[in-house]
Design a protein around this ligand. Sequence first.
Ligand SMILES: Cc1cc2nc3c(=O)[nH]c(=O)nc-3n(C[C@H](O)[C@H](O)[C@H](O)COP(=O)(O)O)c2cc1C
Length: 181
Amino acid sequence: MKILALNGSPRKKGNTNRILDEMIKGCENNGHEVEKYFLDKLDINPCSGCEICSKGKDCRFNDDGTEIINQLAEGASLIVASPIYFGQMTAQLKTIIDRFYSIFNNPDKKFSGKVAVIFTHAYPGDDFYKPYIDLVLKQPFEMNTELELVDCLEVGGVKFIGDADKAEDALRKAYEIGLKF
Ligand SMILES: Cc1cc2nc3c(=O)[nH]c(=O)nc-3n(C[C@H](O)[C@H](O)[C@H](O)COP(=O)(O)O)c2cc1C
């Protein structure tokens, strides 16, 4: 299975990346091919709401997001990983998720893979953002895609680069979720 791993953190060596890499290891050890994207380094236009996709046409933008969208429409699976910024996913991740509209809204396209979700944050505990994360799982994923949910992982108490190295329980869980793809 082809899996796209989207990292919404601007910190390449940050906590989200550390947890994400562990999940990727699980996927790869289970025979899957994973491609990781650092969204912050990519040129991805936000959805313009032009609705051209509703007419069965490709998105008007031809940018780095196109490669991700095309692979998802061809059946790739997905890991989305983001730090919590002011209670929500980062703008980098939200920007590509809005571009998922070009699949959801296109009568000739659909998702068909699986999805796992990672959120990291500084606030202590692993359930403080559960209401927000439950909403993300509901929409966009359950309501606007056909992606089958593998699992989601909330990792609290990580703030500075390197903190996730000490989050042994979360690292183990991330690996185990990777094995479930
Ligand atoms: C702009 C900004 C906003 C943040 N907002 C929150 C927040 O609302 N709640 C929280 O617990 N942590 C918040 N954090 C902390 C990050 O979620 C935390 O440092 C996370 O581990 C960063 O992940 P990274 O190392 O992958 O970049 C914020 C950090 C930044 C830079």
